[in-house]
Design a protein around this ligand. Structure first.
Ligand SMILES: [Zn+2]
Length: 329
């Protein structure tokens, strides 16, 4: 996958979809469970009445050079996020109850690693970590930071390059699943890199969250339907995992760090909803007022049901004995 196909950064120009495709989106069955979809909170998305997924109705955008955001400010955020992702992985591992078979460091492959900030943080935390990304420039930059032998250029949806390894304990995808038109197909491909009994895991914006319900069409996740194709909730993730031939699907609630992402997203959504504007002074004022509650939300989210958090942590296990999913072949 392309480098850092994550959230819409606040440093970039808004990428709202306008024009005919946003006015008259084509109907589309649910790519997770094939059920019919109906109106959702946003005109650019449909909601699946069966599994709860939110499904983009506009054509997929192309991941051209400007999709990836360079610059020190974005790198700083990615580095901060990597530390959060290592904590997310610790929580997920507790839920999985998994350990490396020989007691050694867990072998982790990150799909869509961009410049390798998570791989770097995971190595520091004691994992044997590798990453792949389609963006050669991002991978080269990560290698220059000392990650030679750990980062590789490859499409996350394809085969792994020589030297990257195979039979990983964990394959992780942070904020990548929402970019896939067919989540089950992506999960099945990711599972090909696992040892029997290994886990596919990661995070994705929670398509069935309290935040989405609170913010409605102003939810930040609805901003880039040309890139964010499907938002899964707990139920739709379980369906996609099962279709991918994976077992033991589990989901956990999380939020992004309060001081950074949640405050900005929530402030932007509420500014749009309450005042019809997302001007910087308005967002700043709202963010200031929301800082304390948001900080509490970050701490509390881990103790709440999966629907509560704006971010969905997920995991599903490659069965030890069962043949792999036909979707992946
Ligand atoms: Zn569905």
């Amino acid at each position: 996958m392309h480098a850092t196909p994550t959230d819409a950064p606040e440093t970039a120009a808004p990428r709202r979809v306008t024009g005919p495709s946003a006015q008259a989106p084509a109907p589309r069955p649910c790519p997770v469970c094939d059920a019919a979809t109906g109106a959702s909170e946003s005109p650019a998305y449909a909601a699946c009445g069966a599994c709860g997924a939110r499904v983009s109705l506009v054509p997929e955008g192309s991941y051209d050079a400007d999709y990836y955001y360079h610059g020190p400010e974005f790198d700083r955020r990615c580095r901060a996020r990597a530390a959060v992702q290592v904590r997310h992985l610790r929580r997920l591992r507790r839920a999985m109850g998994s350990a490396a078979p020989d007691g050694g460091p867990l072998r982790v492959l990150e799909l869509g690693c961009a410049k390798g900030f998570f791989v770097e943080a995971a190595l520091a935390a004691g994992y044997d970590a590798r990453g792949v990304d389609l963006a050669e420039g991002a991978v080269a930059e990560g290698r220059r930071r000392g990650l030679e032998g750990h980062l590789f250029t490859a499409d996350a949806r394809g085969e792994l390059p020589a030297g990257c390894g195979s039979e990983f304990d964990l394959v992780v995808a942070w904020e990548l699943l929402e970019h896939m038109d067919r989540p089950a197909s992506f999960l099945a491909t990711a599972a090909k890199h696992l040892r029997p009994g290994g886990w596919v895991t990661g995070s994705t914006p929670n398509g069935d969250s309290s935040w989405l319900r609170l913010l409605g069409r102003t939810w930040h996740g609805f901003d880039i339907p040309q890139f964010h194709r499907v938002y899964l909730g707990p139920e739709s993730f379980a369906t996609a995992a099962e279709d991918a031939g994976l077992a033991e699907p589990l989901t956990l609630s999380a939020t992004e760090p309060a001081g950074d992402f949640l405050v900005k997203n929530l402030a932007t959504g509420l500014a749009r909803r309450w005042f019809g504007s997302d001007s910087r002074p308005l967002r700043t004022a709202l963010a200031a007022g929301l800082a304390l509650p948001a900080l509490c939300a970050e701490r509390l989210a881990g103790h709440l049901p999966a629907l509560a958090g704006d971010t969905l942590l997920f995991a599903a296990q490659q069965p030890s004995e069962v043949p792999r999913s036909p979707i992946a072949s």
